[in-house]
Design a protein around this ligand. Sequence first.
Ligand SMILES: NC(=O)c1ccc[n+]([C@@H]2O[C@H](COP(=O)([O-])OP(=O)(O)OC[C@H]3O[C@@H](n4cnc5c(N)ncnc54)[C@H](O)[C@@H]3O)[C@@H](O)[C@H]2O)c1
Length: 378
Amino acid sequence: MNPIASSEAGPFITGDLSGPMQRPLTLVILGAGARGSAYADLATKRPDTARVVAVAEPRRHVRAAFAAKHHIETDLQLTHWRDLLDRPRLADVAVILDSGHVEAAFALADRGYELLLEKPMATDEASCLAIAEAARRNGTVLALAHVLRYTPYTVKLKQLLLEGAIGDIVSLQHLEPIGYYHFAHSFVRGNWRREAESSPLLLAKSCHDIDWIADLVEDEVARVSSFGSLSHIRPDAAPEGAADRCVSCPLQDTWQYSATRLYRTGLRDDGTKQYLTKIMTAGRLTEAAVTAELTDGPYGRCVYHSDNDVPDHQVVNLEFDAGVTASFTLTAFTPLENRHTKIFGTRGQLAGDGQSIEVYDFFGETRTSCSIPGARGP
Ligand SMILES: NC(=O)c1ccc[n+]([C@@H]2O[C@H](COP(=O)([O-])OP(=O)(O)OC[C@H]3O[C@@H](n4cnc5c(N)ncnc54)[C@H](O)[C@@H]3O)[C@@H](O)[C@H]2O)c1
């Protein structure tokens, strides 16, 4: 059971949050964008576990829509995470989603909040260590959203490894197929396109994968090599006649990276394209909102004439202390698919694609498969 501590602002659940809860956790969401909305929607689906009581979000219409959806009182609708510092503690947990993780994590740990921090925790080692120290100093629970570890697929895969289905792991091969239009949205036109303003591609997209591989192997990394580059989505690869914006481009109906094609499809179709269109228009799924963003917003830019500098493909090789090796590839140039993994063991091979797992046993020369329904990973 988690203890309930009293403070001037009221009783809050503190300490180890992994045990049975005495009541749903209260959450303040700092950044009501894509992830903030996803967490809040989850809380709505599981009111027995969590309840959103406050929000900090600078964009007024986003804040208003979020507050209305989650029934947040007017005086608990804040503009900036710093507004929390002038007030008594408002909730058990601060869910920190904007890019100012480091400063917010320090300040809110000192105010007594338990912390759920989106990845990446920080963009340099010193800041990661400093956040961990702030949490330690305050006795704060610090959770990092490495969600890939906890999917039903990963749970099943780890269970098979623990049962010895393939013996001991010798090496593994892992692919993150980002998907060409998802890459164009997030890493060419969107928030994570420039290393200096966000973080390196590997940290932004695949800190999940490196964490996941290390979690499976259960060992420390001894040696690393990595290579990557921005090979195609750059100005000198622009097709003949490409305009700076897709709305005025003669190629808009025939080119794979056309923003008009992607975001207008998102108006009609469910799924990932609609999710990306909602991000572009801050939730307004109308023809007018899409046209306005295509005309003036960052997501209407030609991919070849954006200001992106992160690589569009990268490989990482890892050698663990006990000699296990892993090779990891992330690339823009794929359909949008689940991650693919092959794990090579002393008595068999395991192949998985996020939804199904096949084990090949060397002795019996048998193949055993199972399916695990669930959404695509982060
Ligand atoms: N765990 C995962 O699988 C996963 C997936 C995608 C993104 N992320 C991470 O989640 C974080 C947020 O990503 P997102 O896609 O929701 O981005 P987003 O841009 O949709 O949302 C960020 C929100 O923070 C708000 N914000 C900016 N400054 C603020 C401030 N000072 N105070 C309060 N709010 C502020 C922005 O207005 C925006 O609404 C990033 O760190 C990203 O790396 C994690």
